[in-house]
Every structure is written in structure tokens, then in C-alpha cells.
Design a binder for this molecule. Sequence first.
Ligand SMILES: [Cu+2]
Length: 255
Amino acid sequence: MFLKFNFQKWHGLRSDDLEPSSSLALCREFAGGTVKRSTSLSLRIFMRNMRVLMKAPIVLSIVACYIVSSFTFHTFAEEKNLASINGTVKAKKAKYLKDTIVYIEHVPGTFEPQKERAVIDQKNMAFIPHVLPILQGTTVDFLNSDMVQHNVYSLDAVADNFNLGTWLKGETRPFTFSKLGIASIRCNVHVDMLAYVLVLQNPFFAKVNNEGKFSIVNVPEGKYVLKVWNERFKAENKQIEVKADTTTTREFDLK
Ligand SMILES: [Cu+2]
């Protein structure tokens, strides 16, 4: 009985796992005898241990799933706490909506510009894009992709009245916009070439689509002034209060 008890404990067997015939076989095995019944029992024990070992990856998978799902839920919950500002900008003609920017004038805090630089290309005798909204502190690479020489300059203090010079195809010259405001960019070789750089205090801005719709996402809670910039027309500023988990909607009329 003692032997049976320890054997059961060692292999985690229940008492019904050890039938009388098995006990006999076990005794024979310990006595140095080899019989078919003991082989059968050893196989069963081996299989049981293997089953336990095979369960380990399943348990690990369940733990991993739990960690991943809880992390996903946490991230989702965090995103859910941030609000959006949606809306539409209207103009007499749809073509006037092109390059219209909607932005929050000021959001408390400081915002680091992306390390990735913005680019204004000079291609087919035009600045591309025509309007570039950027976060204060962003560096813009001015690239010449035409076969002719282009120049880049600005008469605005926002751009430190810069003149980056005149250069050939394939060359790029950078400028870091550190002052808030709107800089008009020109080329002194081709007087029709014009671009605008909107240097903004925060990253909460959006360009409207062809229908004038815009969406600014992940906005922190607060009271703000929502503004619109358009090359030709103006629209009244909107006072907005952004609350968590909500979408604030505003419409603008360009006149
Ligand atoms: Cu030019």
C-alpha cells in the first residue's frame, strides 16, 4: 500500500488509475520482473506526462492572448477618450475650396515637430503643394525638379525674408520655419510661381477635401478657436468646446 501511495503521488494518479491488476504489475516491476502489464502502465504514465507537457503551449497561448487583448483594450480605451472635430467649409464655387486649411488657433502645451521633413517641389513651373500647413519648427526642403533654374524667396517676416538662392534640377535647400504665421513663397525667375506655408502652433489642422469636408482627430479636451485659411476668401472663426468621446461639428462659409 505504501508503494502504491507514493507511486500515485509521484505521477499524480488517482486511485482508480491503479487497478488491482496494475498494482500487481507494479509490484512485479519493482521486484525486477518485466511483464506486459507493467509496460502498459508505464506507457499510460508516459502518455499522461506527455499530455501535461503538451498543455504547456496552450496555457502560454492563453496567457499571451490575455496580455495582448488587455493591451489592445487599453489602447482602444485611450483613443476613445480623444475627440474629433468634423465639419464642412462652403464656398460659392467648389473650385474655391481647393487648399483650404482648418486649424485650431492655439492648444495649451508645446508640440514637437516631426523629424521627417516636409517638401515643397518646384515642378512644371509650379510649387507643389501650393499650400503647406506645418507645425512650428518644421524644416521644409525646397526641391527643384524642373530642367530650368528656380529660385526660392519670401518677403514675409515669418520666413525671415529669406532668399535661398537659385539652383538647378535635383538640388534641395532646406529652411526651418520657427515663427508662427503665413509665409508666401516665390521664385524671382518666374513671377507667377507662388506657394504658402502656414506655420501653426499645434498639429490639429486639416486640409478640406473636394467637397469641403474636414476632420481633425485626437483633439484634447478644451475650449478653442477654430479658424479657416483660404487664399482668396475668409470665414468667421468658431468658438468650440471639445469634450472627450464626442465629435464636435462646425460649418464655415467662405466669403
Ligand atoms: Cu522658378
